[in-house]
Design a protein around this ligand. Structure first.
Ligand SMILES: [Zn+2]
Length: 218
């Protein structure tokens, strides 16, 4: 199971877990920095769910993160981890490859040391194979003659807390699709990768299930 590899790797980097239950393995990595790997989910072998505190405003957010609302947030009611207590927004990262796991470790280290957080790009292990190599009718680009490309994807930034609160109030603390009050995440109506921004107008509350099924449709 990939989640066991993630647990092993975090243990190697940050020491023994501070808590192991049926539901979670958790570390107190630093000031206000709990790291929680879910052990009750997921049941697919090639994914791991990792919870982190929501980073400060304008810091970089991992592409693979769901953004849980403060009022809906953390994973465990019984044993709160540092930074993941009741009433705080949280990130749930869906980690699916060794590359993402490596980037996750770098992200946690920067978080621990109060350094600017690095980008953590989605890097799924099952790459769609390219058919371009086999196509010899293609015209090659003379790269030396071209200007340097603009970054395609903007950096994904944390949603300011004031914006989070306004979206929560406007949507009545419910999923705008199914009215659920459970596992509520902030969703970008126009995805960040397509130029959507962290404005109240571009954000809505979706439950985790509606959020993930929207992601699959795009
Ligand atoms: Zn929903």
């Amino acid at each position: 199971m990939f989640k066991n590899q993630v647990i092993e790797r975090i243990t190697k980097e940050f020491g023994s877990p501070s808590r192991e239950t049926v539901k979670v393995t958790a570390w107190d990595v630093g000031d206000n920095l709990g790291v929680v790997v879910q052990t009750d989910q997921p049941n697919k072998g090639d994914q791991a769910f990792v919870w982190l505190p929501y980073p400060p405003d304008s810091e970089s957010l991992p592409e693979i993160a769901l953004e849980y609302a403060a009022e809906s947030g953390r994973h465990s009611n019984t044993y709160p981890s540092p930074g993941l207590e009741r009433g705080r927004p949280a990130l749930k990262l869906i980690v699916t490859s060794d590359e993402e796991m490596n980037d996750l470790i770098a992200y946690i280290k920067a978080f621990k040391e109060f350094r600017p957080l690095p980008d953590l790009k989605a890097n799924p292990s099952t790459e769609i194979s390219s058919e371009l190599d086999a196509n010899d009718s293609m015209i090659r680009v003379d790269t030396a003659a071209m200007p340097s490309p603009k970054p395609i994807k903007p950096r994904r930034e944390a949603i300011p807390r004031a914006v989070q609160r306004e979206v929560w109030q406007r949507d009545g603390g419910r999923c705008v699709e199914c009215n659920s009050k459970a596992k509520l995440c902030f969703d970008h109506i126009v995805p960040f990768s397509k130029g959507g921004s962290n404005t109240v107008r571009n954000l809505q509350l979706l439950c985790e299930r509606c959020n993930l099924s929207k992601g699959n449709r795009i």
